[in-house]
Structure formats: structure tokens, C-alpha cells
Design a protein around this ligand. Structure first.
Ligand code: NAP
Ligand code: GDD
Length: 329
């Protein structure tokens, strides 16, 4: 039985990847960090099928012990401080987790077993102030946030360890991917939950920042499959994973409100405090290489994704009590 070790298993991607690897017959280990309140909501349904190991990307020895204990064939490094605005508030911590954390994981692999295959969660945020459109594996990086800068470091240290030590280390440059399990602070989920709350009469307004920003949004369930495909190749390599379509935040809002027959203009409030010190205005990825070499392609459309998220949040609110809703808002 092949064994996989996932950092960031409590996150959106970690939960989908764990499900996917279980369906492929893997033994799945997930790393969780200590917190005063456990954050296992996304993986509660998998509790019996996966094994959780304590560790933190900030703590090198915990990574070494976890790799020694679990003896994985594949390591998926999904853990990160992943929220872009928080990276201005906590720029040094973001660098330590999202950037240097990758080196700690790679060093642990070097020390314990150099045959482990390694996946690094790189990001389209690295393209930032884009130098060409669409963005592909060879496009120059120009990050626009401390998060993006940290991801560029994580990307290059992965390439460097591959070239220096002949590790099977791959970097997936994934464009934005969303789902009903997306964190509530990210714009797609903020909109889907906001729309559901307004429709249910629990709120009237939704505050947003830059409506003109454009992203290449896909479905997280499709994207975790690409992570696995990268580690099944003969040779390690880096791949862009994207839909190739770009949509604005405004289009996202229009589709989400339309799903529940509401007029978005009545409910959206522009809040300047949500604008970023430096914005990534437009992203669009070119995944030709992944389509050709991995045989990967996205299945869920943008409209399908937004509708799925709105429907899911409507269902969640129907079964929730009023105090819980106040906590969410
Ligand atoms: P997410 O939902 O924010 O999950 C982040 C995970 O990292 C959580 O499990 C979190 O654990 C864990 N984590 C944070 N700091 C840690 C630390 N010091 N030690 C160990 N674990 C730590 O992120 P996601 O959307 O699933 O994304 C997965 C990865 O892909 C991230 O690296 C992200 O930067 C990258 N990425 C995401 C996208 C996207 O659109 N989703 C696109 C490109 C790249 P807690 O539950 O304890 O907080
Ligand atoms: N979060 C948020 N909240 N974003 C808003 C809002 C708001 O109220 N209003 C407008 N936006 C705009 C942001 O300015 C940004 O241009 C866009 O919506 C998307 O923001 P997020 O959903 O927060 O995602 P992101 O693109 O900054 O980062 C995500 O994708 C990256 C890949 O490109 C994260 O998942 C990163 O971890 C990931 O690497």
C-alpha cells in the first residue's frame, strides 16, 4: 500500500487530496498543528480512514519525526499562511511558514529518505504584476504581496533541491481554486455565504473591496488530482494548473446573486478598507503543458462552481441555529 503524508490536511485542499488519495488506495497521514480549539471540520468525515500526526512547519524536529514515523512514499506540502491580506499584517511569520517552511520539509526528507516524492503548493500569486498573459511555467515572477514573495522562495527552493540533490520534487503552480470548503475570508466563499445569508434574511449588505480584480478560478476537487498526477511522472517537473478563463469579482457577484434571484446592486457595499496595498489585477493561466503531459483537465465550469458554493451555503444555513449565524457574519 502506498503511503502519503499531507501537511495542511485541515485546509481546503488537504481535505480533497486526502479523499482523492484514499480513493486510490493510499494510506493517508495528515499533519496537524496544536491549537487550543481543534480545526478538524473539513476532515471529520475521514477521521476513521486517515491518521493524524502532530507537527508544525515552524518546527523542524517535528517534521523529521513525522517523516521517520510515517515512512511515506509521497509528501504533499500544502501547509501555508495562505491568506494574502494577512501576509501584510504578519509578513515575517508568512515568510517563516510559507517560505522557509518548505526548506524545513525538504531538509527533513533529505535527512530521512531521499527517495520520497515531494509536491510543493506553489501559486499563481507569484506572477503578481504579470509580465505576459496567459501565464505559463516560463513566465517571469513578479509577486505583489509578502505571501507571493514567500511562495516564490518556496518554489525556487523546491527547484533547487531537485537540482542539488536529485530529489523527486515538483512544484504545482496552481491558480485560484475554490469549493464549498473554501475559507470564509476568501472572496468566492465570502460572496457565496453572504448571498445565502441575505437570501435567508439574516443580513442585508455584503462589503467587498476591488470588484474589478480578475482571477482564473477553478474547482479544488479537480486541482488536487493534478497534484497526484505530477508525482506519478517519470521525471519531476513543474506545472501550471488553471482553467484558462478569467472572470472578475463583479462577474462572480452577479452569478452568485442571480442563483437566488436577487439583485446584487441592492446589497453590495464597497469598502475601501478591503483594498490591498498592492493588488494583483488579473490572472489567467495556460495549462497546455499539464494537459499534454499529465492528461489533466478541469471539469467544473466557473458558473458550476459558483452555483455549487451558493447552493451549499444555502443548505448549511437552513440547518444552522441563529447564534451560529451571528458568529459567521
Ligand atoms: P488553507 O485552506 O488556508 O489551508 C492551509 C493549511 O495550512 C491548514 O491546514 C493550516 O492548518 C496549515 N498550516 C498553516 N500554518 C501551518 C504551520 N505553521 N504548520 C503546519 N500547518 C500549517 O489553504 P488551501 O486553500 O487548502 O491551499 C493549500 C496550499 O495551496 C497552500 O499552501 C496555499 O498557499 C496553496 N495555494 C492555494 C490556492 C488556492 O486557490 N486555494 C492556489 C495556489 C496555491 P490550520 O488548520 O491549523 O490553520
Ligand atoms: N478576500 C477578499 N475579500 N478578496 C476580495 C474582496 C474581499 O472582500 N473584495 C475583492 N476582493 C478581491 C481581492 O482584492 C483579490 O483581487 C481577489 O478578490 C481574490 O481574493 P482572494 O479570494 O482573497 O484570493 P487571492 O487571489 O488573493 O489568493 C488566493 O489565490 C492564490 C492563487 O492565486 C489564495 O488562495 C492564495 O493562497 C493563492 O495562492
Amino acid at each position: 500500500m502506498r503511503k502519503a503524508f499531507i501537511t495542511g490536511i485541515t485546509g481546503q485542499d488537504g481535505s480533497y487530496l486526502a479523499e482523492f488519495l484514499l480513493s486510490k488506495g493510499y494510506k493517508v497521514y495528515g499533519m496537524i498543528r496544536r491549537s487550543s480549539v481543534p480545526k478538524l471540520d473539513r476532515i471529520l468525515h475521514l477521521e476513521k480512514d486517515i491518521e493524524l500526526i502532530s507537527g508544525d512547519l515552524m518546527d523542524e524536529s517535528s517534521l523529521i519525526k513525522a517523516i521517520e514515523l510515517t515512512k511515506p512514499d509521497e509528501v504533499y506540502n500544502l501547509a501555508a499562511q495562505s491568506f494574502v491580506p494577512a501576509s501584510w499584517e504578519q509578513s515575517i511569520l508568512t515568510g517563516k511558514i510559507t517560505g522557509l517552511g518548505v526548506t524545513r520539509m525538504l531538509e527533513a526528507i533529505l535527512m530521512v529518505n531521499r527517495n520520497i516524492r515531494f509536491y510543493q503548493a506553489s501559486s499563481s500569486e507569484m506572477f503578481g504584476n504579470v509580465h505576459e498573459t496567459p501565464q505559463k511555467e516560463t513566465t517571469v515572477f513578479y509577486p505583489r504581496s509578502p505571501y507571493g514573495v514567500a511562495k516564490v522562495y518556496g518554489h525556487w527552493i523546491t527547484v533547487n533541491f531537485r537540482e542539488s540533490y536529485n530529489l523527486f520534487a515538483c512544484s504545482g503552480i496552481l491558480f485560484n481554486h475554490e469549493s464549498p470548503r473554501r475559507g470564509l475570508e476568501f472572496v468566492t466563499r465570502k460572496v457565496s455565504m453572504g448571498v445565502a445569508m441575505i437570501k435567508m434574511g439574516m443580513a442585508d449588505k455584503l462589503k467587498l473591496g476591488n470588484l474589478d480584480a480578475k482571477r482564473d478560478w477553478g474547482f479544488a476537487g479537480d486541482y488536487v488530482e493534478a497534484m497526484w498526477m505530477m508525482l506519478q511522472q517519470k521525471k519531476p517537473d513543474d506545472f501550471v494548473i488553471a482553467t484558462g478563463e478569467t472572470r472578475s469579482v463583479k462577474e462572480l457577484v452577479e452569478i452568485a446573486f442571480k442563483r437566488v434571484d436577487l439583485k446584487w446592486e441592492k446589497h453590495i457595499v464597497l469598502d475601501k478598507s478591503l483594498l490591498r496595498p498592492a493588488e494583483v489585477h488579473e490572472l489567467r493561466g495556460d495549462s497546455s503543458k499539464a494537459i499534454k503531459q499529465l492528461g489533466w483537465k478541469p471539469k467544473v465550469t466557473f458558473e458550476g462552481l459558483v452555483n455549487m458554493m451558493v447552493d451549499s451555503d444555502m443548505d448549511k444555513l437552513k440547518g444552522i441555529d441563529k447564534d451560529k449565524i451571528r458568529e459567521l457574519s
